[in-house]
Ligand binder design. Structure first.
Ligand SMILES: *[C@@H]1O[C@H](CO)[C@@H](O)[C@H](O)[C@H]1NC(C)=O
Length: 351
């Protein structure tokens, strides 16, 4: 192997990422469903589709009924996305005008031919009958931490990533490739054999690494959890004579000053005055997206008491409008000291 392809150098190129935050609600698009960037090649799309279709195929999915439902919806979405993106004409319309444009084109009788049947053949012809997929060597998966706030995970966020990508390109000249080691036996004389190893190689065009700037859009979706992995298929480390590895963004949530996430629930501490604690109150707090949540009590609130507010927790990823709850725990701000007169009044009241 050519020493020009020092792995360290490749890794460094990949980490040359530039994150631009764009505050916009997340929406599932077809590329995202297939875990590839907009510029993905047909072969890349096809391999991504195969992998995901296998993963979400109703026969393969285990788990709770809810998880199965999500998976079967995902399976249908993946099929639909691939049906569109694998058709160059439909893909062009989708790239320019989105899903709406596609619907209009179909209503006008533009859509034809490709679809259902082809997919069926591809799917069942492709991996049916116990046929084994050929093992393909893949480059390393590259993991990149994606720092987000709790608010991003509540409302969703679109991130534009400009990636400095290393791409393997052919160049002039040739190189040895596809080398296979063989054990050979040679007869030295009557009854005497010698075994030895030999390498047989093919000849391929020489290659070089080129840098390409590639824009990637990452959607942080409402309800994603800390550690959630967003995969871009074959966008990782390139491999000579193999397929590139994947690029995986790992969601990392920065601590929030006001809310603590526990599963789908949000915990919040709220301080009230002693008067409020004794006589009741109505206050509002700002939720992560700015909407108001009302806290109120008519009776006595003791330090450490909880309010359980249903439906004010985090969205449940891929199961909207399902949401967790909010738990507000009260702290009571006692006065630092009372005057003699105040003490006398309190004694009269409670004594
Ligand atoms: C609330 O206060 C408790 C005790 O001080 C602390 O452990 C917890 O992290 C706080 N929770 C939030 C959401 O700030």
């Amino acid at each position: 192997m050519d020493s020009k392809f020092a792995p360290k150098w490749i890794a460094l190129l990949f980490l040359g990422l530039l994150l631009l935050h764009v505050d916009r609600a997340a929406a599932k698009d077809y590329y995202e469903l297939l875990q590839v960037p907009k510029g993905a090649s047909e072969a890349q799309l096809k391999r991504a589709y195969r992998k995901l279709a296998l993963q979400y195929h109703p026969d393969k999915v285990t788990g709770t009924e809810d998880e199965k439902k999500v998976a079967s919806q995902r399976f249908a979405d993946i099929n639909h996305a691939y049906e569109v993106l694998s058709d160059p004409e439909k893909r062009k319309i989708y790239d320019q005008y989105g899903e709406e444009g596609l619907k209009q084109a179909q209503q006008q009788g533009g859509g034809h031919g490709h679809g259902g049947n082809d997919l069926f053949n591809f799917f069942f012809g492709g991996f049916g009958g116990g046929q084994q997929e050929e093992e393909v060597r893949k480059g390393h998966t590259i993991y990149v931490d994606l720092y987000v706030t709790l608010r991003d995970l509540y409302v969703g966020k679109e991130l534009q990533v400009v990636r400095d990508k290393a791409v393997i390109k052919e160049t002039s000249g040739t190189r040895k490739c596809n080398c296979k080691t063989k054990i050979m036996t040679r007869q030295l004389g009557p009854g005497m054999f010698q075994q030895f190893q030999t390498q047989e190689c093919g000849t391929c065009p020489a290659i070089k690494l080129e840098r390409e700037q590639e824009p990637i859009t990452v959607h942080v979706e409402p309800g994603m959890v800390n550690g959630h992995q967003i995969t871009f298929f074959e966008e990782g480390e390139p491999l000579v004579d193999g397929e590139p590895g994947d690029l995986v963004f790992v969601v990392k949530q920065a601590p929030d000053a006001r809310f603590e996430r526990r599963g789908h629930d949000l915990m919040h501490n709220y301080t009230i005055s002693l008067v409020d604690a004794l006589t009741g109150f109505t206050h509002t707090i700002d939720h992560l997206d700015g909407h108001k949540v009302t806290l109120s009590a008519t009776g006595v609130t003791k330090p450490g008491d909880y309010h359980h507010i249903k439906g004010e927790g985090m969205p449940v990823h891929n199961q909207e409008p399902k949401r967790g709850d909010m738990w507000v725990q009260y702290t009571v701000a006692f006065p630092a000291k009372l005057t003699e007169e105040q003490k006398a009044t309190v004694r009269k009241l409670f004594g």
